[in-house]
Design a protein. Structure first.
Length: 309
C-alpha cells in the first residue's frame, strides 16, 4: 500500500458521517437497534433449529448457516460503526482496515453462494419430492455448505491478496473499509481493478443469481403441475421467504458491484452497502420467522405451550 511518494499508508480516517454530527446520533441509535435485532433474531433461529427435532431438515440446516453467517458478517462492521458514531474523526489502522475489507468481502460472497444452495434445496424439494431425502442427505448438505465457504475464499480473498492496491490517500469516504471505497483510493489506473471486479462479480453475484432464477423457473413449472390449490399454496409458501431475501440482497449487491465505477465516492454506494450489510441481515430472521409456520411452532413449543397445532 505505497503511494506515489513511496510513503506507506499506515492508517485510514473514516469520514462516512463526519460532516453531519447531528446525523451521527440518529445513525448510532438506528445501528444499535438493528444490531440487537440481528443478534437476537439470528441467535433465536440457530437455537430453535437445534432445539426442535422437527427442524432437523436440509432447509433449516441451510437457514441456520445463513443466520450464523449474518451474525459474523454484521459483527465485522456494525460494532465499529457504532463506536465511530461517538468519535468525531474515526481512525483505523491499515492492517485492521484490510482485514475488515477481506472479511466482509469473503462473508458477502459466502452469502451469495449459500442463497444459491438454498434455492437448489427448494428446487429439489418441490420438483423431485420422492427422492428429496436421498438427494439432500445430511452428508450432501454438509458438503454443499462447506463448498460455499471454501469457494467463496478462493473467489474473494485470494484475488484480493494477489492484486494489492497502491493507495494514495488515507481518507475513506465510507462508514467502514468497504472494497469499493478502498479501490477509489488507488494511485494507479482502475481499468485492471474494474476488469477484475467485473470478473469476480460475474462469478460471485451474476452466476449464482442466474442459477437461482433457473431454479425458481423449474420450481414454478413443478408447482403449476400440482392440481390442488392447497398444494400449490403450500409449495409457494416454502419459497416465498427465500425469494424475498434473495430479491433484497442481490438487488442491492448487483446494483452496487456490477455498475460502472470511477474514483468519485457516491452517497448511493453508502446507502446500498447499508441495505445489504445491515438491513438484509436484520430482515432475514424477521422474514423467516414471521412467514414460517415451522419456526413459529418451534417458538411456541419453546415458550411452553402444551398444544402446538
Amino acid at each position: 500500500m505505497d503511494g506515489r511518494n513511496n510513503t506507506a499508508v499506515t492508517y485510514f480516517i473514516l469520514v462516512g458521517l463526519s460532516e453531519h454530527p447531528r446525523a451521527q446520533v440518529i445513525f448510532f441509535c438506528l445501528l444499535l437497534v438493528s444490531y440487537l435485532v440481528i443478534l437476537l433474531g439470528n441467535s433465536l433461529i440457530l437455537f430453535l433449529v437445534q432445539y426442535d427435532s422437527r427442524l432437523h431438515t436440509p432447509m433449516y440446516f441451510f437457514l441456520s448457516n445463513l443466520s450464523f453467517l449474518d451474525i459474523c458478517f454484521t459483527s465485522s462492521s456494525i460494532p465499529q460503526m457504532i463506536i465511530n458514531c461517538l468519535i468525531r474523526m474515526p481512525v483505523i489502522s491499515a492492517g485492521e482496515c484490510m482485514a475488515q475489507m477481506c472479511t466482509l468481502l469473503y462473508l458477502g460472497v459466502v452469502e451469495c453462494l449459500l442463497l444459491a444452495v438454498m434455492a437448489y434445496d427448494r428446487c429439489i424439494a418441490i420438483s423431485d419430492p420422492l427422492r428429496y431425502t436421498v438427494r439432500m442427505a445430511n452428508q450432501v448438505c454438509i458438503q454443499l455448505a462447506g463448498f460455499s465457504w471454501v469457494l467463496a475464499f478462493l473467489l474473494s480473498v485470494v484475488p484480493t491478496l494477489a492484486s494489492p492496491l497502491e493507495l494514495c490517500s488515507h481518507i475513506v469516504n465510507h462508514f467502514f473499509c468497504e472494497v469499493l471505497a478502498m479501490i477509489k483510493l488507488a494511485c494507479n489506473d482502475l481499468e485492471f481493478n474494474k476488469l477484475l471486479m467485473m470478473a469476480t462479480s460475474s462469478l460471485t453475484l451474476l452466476a449464482p443469481f442466474v442459477f437461482i432464477l433457473a431454479s425458481y423457473g423449474r420450481i414454478l413449472g413443478a408447482v403449476l403441475k400440482i392440481r390442488s390449490a392447497e398444494g400449490r399454496k403450500k409449495a409457494f409458501s416454502t419459497c416465498s421467504s427465500h425469494l424475498t431475501v434473495v430479491s433484497i440482497f442481490y438487488g442491492t449487491a448487483i446494483a452496487m458491484y456490477m455498475t460502472p465505477q470511477d474514483k468519485t465516492s457516491r452517497e448511493q454506494d453508502k446507502l446500498a452497502s447499508l441495505l445489504y450489510g445491515v438491513v438484509t441481515p436484520m430482515l432475514n430472521p424477521l422474514i423467516y420467522s414471521l412467514r414460517n409456520k415451522d419456526i413459529k411452532k418451534a417458538l411456541r413449543k419453546l415458550l411452553g405451550e402444551k398444544k402446538v397445532p
